[in-house]
Write a protein that binds this ligand. Structure first.
Ligand code: NAI
Length: 303
């Protein structure tokens, strides 16, 4: 069944100008889907180099989307691509970028101190109506928001990689988030083409809270010698219908990323066995075997 908000059409109009901070993997995807949905987007990164690269990536990616959406009408496809691209501005001054923003989505490096520094300065520069959101995967939204004076207009908007392809958006409320802010974020998520789910501000929200310990448990199983990596993966694919096995999935998302998330949670919640980083994963990361991206993790990959 389709769920809709009674006033979604008015709420959709609340957010027209979006500023995305961080032009890396996630930020460029978020900027793209917003521009495709007709919004004015400002994409910010401290690095000019990153901004250039994200511009090229977004051009290529929207080009592909245009071809697919307008298979039978190349002229309309071209117009869609040009209009979408024309809605994105690329700048490096974060404070300036939020002056007209209805919504700011932060997708910078996963580091609480750096996020605090950014949000403090954005809080001073943005109009009071502006909604703030973080795309953090593993940090607490409440802790990130704590340095601002707008916790009532703060939430989590957690996208998945690759953003233009993955259909889910997790919308996270902190206790202070007002209904109005929350509804505006849900409506925005829907407007940019995602299916939104709601979650409280708990570690990993829904998807990573389940996936990260699941992969870690598969690694522990391997560590104990209960089964081989290949057999664990075959088992979950053929026995549980998962498209990818847990060991493959760990390699795919990056063993360093998984370990970084586990270590952060383990430090904060030392009694939770589920968050304990497995030894063999630590060892592989120390050796620079980070998974698919380095050519080797639990498996070896050839290009
Ligand atoms: P990334 O490393 O590709 O991009 C981060 C970008 O932020 C870099 O281009 C960097 O130059 C820029 N940056 C750093 N400090 C900045 C500042 N103060 N102002 C402006 N720009 C700054 O990282 P990625 O993977 O895009 O992750 C970004 C955020 O999204 C993190 O919080 C991460 O936890 C979260 N996330 C990542 C997912 C993934 O699959 N990679 C999935 C969902 C969320």
């Amino acid at each position: 069944a389709k769920r809709t908000f009674a006033s979604s059409s008015t709420l959709n109009n609340v957010i027209k100008n979006v500023t995305v901070i961080g032009g890396g993997l996630m930020g460029s995807g978020i900027a793209q889907v917003a521009a495709q949905a007709g919004q004015n987007v400002t994409l910010v990164d401290i690095s000019q180099d990153v901004l250039k690269k994200s511009e090229t990536n977004i051009q290529n990616s929207i080009g592909r989307v245009g071809k697919k959406l307008y298979k039978d009408d190349p002229a309309a496809g071209k117009q869609f691509v040009e209009e979408s691209l024309s809605r994105i501005k690329y700048i490096s001054d974060a404070q300036k970028s939020v002056e007209q923003a209805d919504l700011v989505v932060e997708a910078i490096v996963e580091n609480l101190e750096i996020k605090h520094k950014l949000f403090k300065s954005l809080d001073e520069a943005a109009p009071s109506k502006t909604l703030f959101a973080s795309n953090t995967s593993s940090l607490s939204i409440g802790e990130i928001a704590s340095v601002t004076k707008r916790k009532d207009r703060f939430g989590g908007l957690h996208f998945f990689n690759p953003v233009p392809v993955m259909r889910l958006l997790e919308v996270i409320r902190i206790p202070e988030t007002t209904d109005e802010s929350y509804k505006a974020m849900m409506a925005w998520g829907k407007a940019v083409g995602k299916t939104c789910i709601t979650c409280k501000d708990t570690p990993g929200f829904v998807v990573n809270r389940l996936l990260v310990p699941y992969v870690a448990e598969a690694v522990r199983m391997l560590e104990r010698g209960d089964a081989s990596a290949e057999d664990i993966d075959i088992a979950m694919k053929l026995g549980a219908g998962y498209p990818m096995g847990p060991i493959e999935l760990g390699d795919y998302t990056g063993l360093d990323t998984g370990l970084f998330i586990l270590e952060g949670w383990h430090k904060k919640f030392p009694d939770n066995e589920l968050f304990k980083p497995p030894q063999i994963q630590k060892k592989l990361v120390q050796e620079g075997k980070l998974g698919r991206k380095t050519g080797e993790g639990f498996y070896k990959y050839t290009k």
